[in-house]
Design a protein around this ligand. Structure first.
Ligand code: UDP
Length: 335
């Protein structure tokens, strides 16, 4: 059945892909976004309600004007280094703003919530940062949580609130812990565009295009096979598909649930760079720089739970294929 879904942060990178997928599946998304980092061009104009989670009256208005079946929440500040410098802004937006959203939902009797969480809740994976850990130790949802920075802590605070809200208010929720979101819709019409850009793949492709500086490889002295950090890159449309499945899941299941979303395969910074050279056919300027603070050596997901429980199956398992979608977007970048 077609659902009315409020998509907070729907003008952002992952949110805008979600909006497209919801439409393709016959649902009716309404986007609530303050456009602080999002792009109005990334979604159909008539879908956008400009508003801020810190302003509960603007939230109440959007709830009063629509009858929502569920809320998806992508709106957050998400730059780790910035969260260390400006924690107040992170707590205000990511924690207080989300509490406003949950309160508005409760007032209106909307009790289905999909939350964008992050692998950053795990902190440094147990098992150390050894090369052996990269192959042997995938992180599952039972792994202890110990975020290394305010960003990760704000996400964990919300997960914990969701656990408390379930029995007290009957709120059904799914928290999705993304590993490294990457790629773009194959149409090339929407994609990743942050200013400043901190993420690896966009920085590589900007270096390839000459629209950005040479890539800085942040550390090549990690205890990993080639010395650079290993991450689990998961395509943004695979993430969107998991959200769609979470909606269906909450039709049946009560309570607060947590799922990892990743490919289960790690790639080093150098491997990602090599894939980009192949896909773009360019030699990409790069240099080795000091480690970036707060980076774990290896972060790779065990997503067996999402596969088993949600029936989720990532389609972009090949790094080159994922890179091709990102390249298509960057080549013709519209915003
Ligand atoms: N990275 C890098 N140069 C960059 C951006 C990122 O070497 O310009 C590395 C970073 O140290 C990490 C990996 O690429 O090991 C992925 O970083 P990103 O910021 O994309 O995601 P994160 O894993 O921090 O969420």
């Amino acid at each position: 059945a077609s659902m009315n879904v409020l998509v907070c942060g729907g003008a952002g990178y992952i949110g805008s892909h979600m909006v497209k997928v919801l439409q393709e599946h016959g649902h009716n998304p309404v986007v609530f976004d303050n456009l602080s980092t999002g792009h109005a061009e990334s979604i159909p104009e008539e879908m956008l309600v400009r508003g801020d989670l810190r302003d509960i009256s603007s939230l109440r208005r959007v709830f009063a004007e629509h009858s929502f079946d569920a809320v998806m929440h992508f709106a957050a500040r998400s730059i780790v280094a910035e969260s260390v410098e400006k924690p107040a802004e992170y707590y205000e937006n990511n924690v207080a703003g989300t509490l406003n959203l949950l309160n508005a939902m409760m007032e209106e009797g909307v009790r289905r919530f999909v939350f964008s969480s992050t692998a950053a809740v795990y902190g440094n994976p147990l098992g150390g940062d050894g090369a052996a850990a990269s192959s042997a130790r995938l992180i599952d949802e039972e792994h202890s949580v110990a975020p290394l920075n305010p960003y990760g802590r704000t996400k964990l605070h919300v997960e914990q609130a969701l656990r408390d809200f379930a029995p007290a208010y009957g709120l059904r929720s799914v928290s999705l812990r993304y590993f490294n979101a990457a790629g773009a819709d194959p149409s090339g019409e929407i994609g990743e565009s942050h200013e400043p850009e901190t993420h690896l793949i966009p920085n590589i492709l900007r270096a390839a295009l000459g629209t950005g500086p040479a890539l800085h490889i942040f550390g090549d002295d990690y205890d990993t096979p080639d010395g650079t950090c290993v991450r689990d890159y998961i395509h943004v449309n695979d993430l969107a598909d998991a959200h769609l499945r979470a909606l269906g899941f909450m039709q049946e299941e009560r309570g607060a649930h947590v799922f990892n979303l990743g490919n289960g395969k790690g790639f080093s910074v150098r491997e990602v760079l090599a894939a980009a050279c192949e896909v773009t056919g360019k030699s990409i300027p790069h240099e080795v720089s000091p480690r970036r603070s707060g980076d774990a050596a290896v972060l790779v997901a065990d997503s067996a739970k999402a596969r088993r429980v949600l029936g989720w199956q990532p389609r972009y398992v090949d790094l080159r294929e994922l890179m091709e979608t990102a390249w298509r977007w960057h080549g013709a970048q519209r915003y």
